[in-house]
Design a protein around this ligand. Structure first.
Ligand code: FAD
Length: 475
């Protein structure tokens, strides 16, 4: 058939993976086209993920911190929340970033085609053009011929089959729309996304129940960190139901009735004004006609790739949420650069051993590399050094002396292989430990690095000093 557009590099999806891949491809000299069905670039992360959630979490943190200030002699009134203005603030933050991306695409001459793309063979994609404020089909189609392609079509929220359609039952996208502040809210799923949204709604005044099938909240993080998090968050929750399943949901005019089954589940049905389902995300691999291009897709919808981000079809690459866990923006961006560079003939590859994870809750929990649980599971011999923030001047001054910094060292080499921080700004600080792991630093390297005093980040140096016994008398 007729070809409407020809390019060297075609990128499917304009999330953090897609736009990073498109920009790097263009910078490396390839004529690049990027397909996106929505009018605004940035994918899940910028529009309905990382960025709007953090805009709201910042507000939640300020509310939370102000509420403790009476203890130090400075009392604020109870906050009054204007949901419309808060929503407008969040939308402005998102708009600044997505608008910036459009400018960056233009300055690199990356052509954006607005529509839904599916492969029709290994070198052609058919795009059903979209229009309006969502992804309504315009009826028009375009065929793009490409030399190379990068699939960055992302993921979407998992839908629990027994949840009825009701405006009071939402996924993370619905929760970020801030339509109401419920009195009682149920969060299904005790992972990072569920707990971040619980933090926001609790700060706005909702009482929260969390139900989680597993035996812990925030699976993936070390137990000691989660324990501290739980203690700091007890005040938000009426119930945290672990090892418990949601088995029935009935919508009534006066509320959503939910039935639970399991260890911590209450016998009576519970009534909620809002139910957030945050039980994970599933990749979009089965929705892009991958089979027509000969690209392998797993049963769950992931696209397997090698360390150079190549799929089984050598000129087609995959990046971001669609290629596997962890489904995090910074992983996708890194993979995007590798894919674009490999496509341009550069010998680049991805080393996925360390990807930091952060729960931007109150307090934050951040971890990177080997965790204690992983070391135990794999039999890796490690040493652990933990610095309680009760010994940090800055943490005491800031009222967060409940936190800690932990470093995990290889027993033999004393090189740092993992780390975990719990406390305010943990996410900002975990980057130092990530760099130390990447650079192969040992405890002496970190301990002998002069950290500014008094900071929370100084706790990383102190943790290493504790381990090496360089300094035994702490401040
Ligand atoms: P996506 O961002 O999913 O983008 C894929 C894009 O492709 C979408 O815009 C979609 O419309 C488009 N698309 C899909 N198929 C087609 C097609 N066939 N044709 C045209 N266009 C198509 N990660 C973090 O690292 N930090 C955080 O703090 C964080 N917070 C989050 C909070 C929430 C509430 C959620 C839901 C996620 C969060 N994430 C966070 C995860 C992060 O958003 C994702 O890891 C990231 O967006 C994945 O990027 P991606 O490029 O792979 O795909």
């Amino acid at each position: 058939g007729a070809v409407d557009i020809e390019c060297e590099m075609l990128v499917i999806g304009a999330g953090p993976g897609g736009y990073s891949a498109a920009f790097r491809s263009a910078d490396l000299g390839m004529k690049t086209v990027m397909i996106e069905r929505y009018p605004s670039l940035g994918g899940v992360c910028l529009n309905v993920g990382c960025i709007p959630s953090k805009a709201l979490l910042h507000v939640a943190n300020v509310i939370e911190e102000a509420s403790h200030f009476a203890d130090v002699g400075v009392a604020f009134d109870k906050p009054t929340v204007d949901l419309n203005r808060l929503r407008a603030h969040k939308e402005k933050v998102v708009g600044k970033l997505t608008g910036g991306l459009a400018g960056m695409a233009k300055s690199r001459k990356v052509e954006i085609v607005r529509g839904y793309g599916v492969f029709i063979d290994p070198h052609h994609v058919e795009v059903s053009l979209t229009t309006g404020s969502g992804s309504e089909l315009s009826g028009e189609k375009k065929v793009i011929r490409f030399e190379k392609a990068i699939i960055a079509a992302g993921s979407q929220s998992v839908k629990l089959p027994f949840l009825p359609e009701d405006p009071r039952i939402v996924d993370s996208t619905g929760a970020l729309e801030l339509r109401q502040v419920p009195k009682r809210m149920l969060v299904i799923g005790g992972g990072i996304i569920g707990l971040e949204m619980a933090t926001v709604y609790s700060a706005l005044g909702a009482r929260i129940d969390v139900v989680e099938m597993g035996d812990t909240l925030m699976a993936g993080a070390d137990r000691d960190a989660v324990k501290i998090w739980e203690k700091q968050n007890l005040h938000r929750f009426d119930k945290v139901m672990l090892k418990t399943r949601t088995v029935g949901v009935t919508c009534r005019p006066d509320g959503i009735l939910v039935k639970f089954e399991g260890e911590a589940g209450p016998i009576d049905d519970q009534k909620y004004d809002l139910v957030l389902s945050a039980v994970g995300r599933s990749p979009n691999g089965k929705k892009i006609g991958a089979e027509k291009a000969g690209v392998t897709v797993t049963d769950r919808g992931f696209i397997p790739v090698d360390k150079q981000q190549r799929t089984n079809v050598a000129h087609i690459f995959g990046i971001g949420d669609i290629v596997g866990q962890p489904m995090l923006a910074h992983k996708g961006v890194h993979e995007a650069h590798v894919a674009a560079e490999v496509a341009a003939g550069i010998k680049s590859y991805f080393d996925a051993t360390i990807i930091p994870s952060v729960a931007y809750t109150e307090p934050e929990v951040a971890w990177v590399g080997v965790t204690e649980a992983q070391a135990k599971g794999s039999g890796q011999r490690i040493n652990i050094a933990k610095f309680p923030w009760a010994a940090s001047g800055r943490a005491i001054a800031n009222g967060c002396d409940y936190g800690f910094t932990k470093l995990i060292f290889d027993d033999e080499t004393h090189r740092v292989v993992g780390g975990c921080i719990v406390g305010p700004n943990a996410g900002d600080m975990i980057g130092e430990i990530s760099l130390a792991i990447e650079m192969g630093c040992d405890a002496v390297d970190i301990g002998k690095t002069i950290h500014p005093h008094p900071t929370l980040g100084e706790s990383i140096g102190m943790t290493a000093e504790v381990f090496e016994g360089i300094c035994t008398d702490l401040p």
